[in-house]
Design a protein around this ligand. Structure first.
Ligand SMILES: [Zn+2]
Length: 67
């Protein structure tokens, strides 16, 4: 009995078996495409030099003026 799954990249039916070294992908190409997407866009972490608009440290308070 062989489990057949949809390739996450191209959607083709592919065997999820030990004989398929690229499982759950249908091919090396699809696996690399998915890894590339993971590394570059879909799960990219936000830049660390963003301005702290919300949830971050508050901006420095102005000293009160005495005039
Ligand atoms: Zn594929």
């Amino acid at each position: 009995m062989v489990t057949v799954v949809d390739c996450p990249t191209c959607g083709r039916k592919t065997e999820f078996a030990a004989s398929n070294r690229w499982r759950p992908f249908c091919s090396e190409r699809c696996k690399l495409i998915d890894l590339g997407a993971w590394a570059t866009e879909q799960y990219s972490i936000p830049a660390q030099d963003q301005e702290p608009d919300d949830g971050g440290d508050p901006p420095p308070a102005r000293p009160p003026r005495n005039d």
